[in-house]
Design a binder for this molecule. Structure first.
Ligand code: PMP
Length: 435
């Protein structure tokens, strides 16, 4: 009997014993193609020799040094690399151990920024429905899935949710993409007006919505409009690229494709590729300057922040991606994956939508294509697809999202950046069988 509290008390998960490249093996000798990188984490696949070598080197020289006493070469080099490659205006990186920690730190940096500037009343956060920003209490407050939040109320941050930019579900029949983008972004303007701009801290959003919606990209100039609205009202823009960032969509940061830069950005998952737990907040120079010119002390911190093993792993992962030109493979194989999904599943009577960017593709499953009606949630379709896919030796990431109280099922694919055409064909063939 297991002594671990697993995600569910109803069953114990399979025992994973080994992993190499794009496959994971269990204790019964079955192997699974990791077509979702776990949760868009394993961007280099498993057991990459260069990352393992970097980890060995770091463990040999220095495995841990508390940041209250020291900085380390690994952490400094990673910080420098992250800032050098960051969107315009980003001046510094803050290292943490995962996505939720990054979101917590970003929210606290935002609060402290305004406090240092004498605007402590700016504390309302605006986010979007059908969003996920992490499971710690602050990050959970930002997320917009009520079923995750309900039993933990009252939440720690006052968050207000507007509609996501989700064309398949929200764009009206006959409405142009430009008009829809304007309408969706207009929700932010209206919410800021309702709350009073002087009370609003930040708007938080994923550029391409991952786990909760299944790789939903924005439409038209939505994010340009969002950036403009935030600037006009002095509201900070926090982009959560924990899942869609670090190359997953074909550019290092997903926001590059929107032509905007955030005030704060969170990254994690693909940053360390699963070799170590790591995340980061990238913060604009103006936020750093407000703290440096004020109290000079960010009132936050974790024991394992800037962990040299984690930093060394992340640095090695990012170096391999650049050296092997893997973002080009993400774009090429992403296009191939999308084409194969459309060929094989595009006419499936229960497939409503196929969307995504790069190696971040999603499929929306519907009971009726014409009405876009979701499946009855009691069917637990996402759980069934996951079980069927595992039976086919395929790890994919199905979820039942919440759309204004209705559920909708989707499958997310986020394979490692090293996939080949044959790998992609095999993934789609196994997924089609599972569906
Ligand atoms: N933000 C987003 C967009 C995520 O997808 C996730 C994880 N699914 C998180 C935050 C939280 O990250 P973690 O699970 O590493 O705490």
């Amino acid at each position: 009997m297991t002594r671990l509290l697993h995600r569910t008390t109803r069953s114990t998960p399979r025992l994973a014993v080994a992993a190499r490249g794009i496959t994971i093996e269990d204790s019964e000798g079955r192997s699974y193609i990791d077509a979702c990188g776990g949760a868009a984490v394993s961007c280099l696949g498993h057991g990459h020799p260069d990352v393992l070598a970097a980890l060995h080197r770091q463990a040999d020289s220095l495995a841990y040094a508390h940041t209250g006493f020291f900085t380390t070469e690994a952490a400094e080099a990673l910080g420098a690399r992250l800032v050098a490659d960051a969107p315009e205006g980003i001046g510094h990186a803050y290292l943490v151990s995962g996505g939720s920690e990054a979101v917590e730190a970003a929210l606290k940096l935002a609060r402290q920024y305004f406090t240092e500037r004498g605007e402590p009343q700016r504390r309302h956060v605006i986010a979007r429905r059908q969003s996920y920003h992490g499971n710690t209490l602050g990050a959970l407050a930002a997320g917009g899935n009520e079923w995750r939040r309900a039993q933990f109320r009252p939440l720690l941050i006052e968050t207000h949710h507007i509609a996501p930019c989700f064309a398949y579900r929200e764009q009206h029949e006959g409405e142009s993409a430009a008009d829809y983008a304007a309408r969706a972004a207009g929700e932010l303007e209206a919410k800021i007006a309702e709350l009073g701009a002087e009370n609003v801290l930040a708007f938080v959003a994923e550029p391409v919505v991952g786990a909760t919606a299944g790789a939903v990209p924005p439409v038209g100039d939505y994010f340009k409009r969002i950036r403009e609205i935030c600037d006009r009202h002095g509201v900070l823009l926090i982009l959560d690229e924990v899942m869609c960032g670090m190359g997953r969509t074909g550019t290092l940061h997903a926001c590059e494709q929107e032509g905007i830069a955030p005030d704060l950005m969170t990254v994690a998952k693909g940053l360390g590729g699963g070799y170590q737990p790591i995340g980061a907040v990238l913060l604009s120079q103006k936020i750093y300057d407000a703290i440096a010119g004020g109290s000079g002390f960010f009132q936050h911190g974790h024991t394992y922040m800037g962990h040299p093993m984690a930093a060394a792993a992340a640095l090695a992962v990012q170096e391999v991606i650049a050296r092997d030109n893997l973002l080009e493979n993400v774009r090429e194989m992403g296009a191939h994956l999308r084409a194969r999904l459309e060929e094989v599943l595009g006419d499936h009577p229960k497939v409503g939508d196929i969307r995504g960017r790069g190696l971040f593709q999603g499929i929306e499953l519907v009971a009726d294509r014409a009405t876009k009606a979701p499946f009855d949630p009691d069917l637990k379709l996402h759980a069934r697809i996951k079980a069927q896919a595992m039976g086919q030796g395929l790890m994919c990431y199905p979820m039942g999202g919440t759309i204004d109280g209705q559920r909708g099922d989707h499958v997310l694919l986020a394979p490692p950046f090293i996939v080949t055409r044959d790998d992609v064909d095999e993934i789609v063939a196994r997924l089609a069988k599972a569906i």
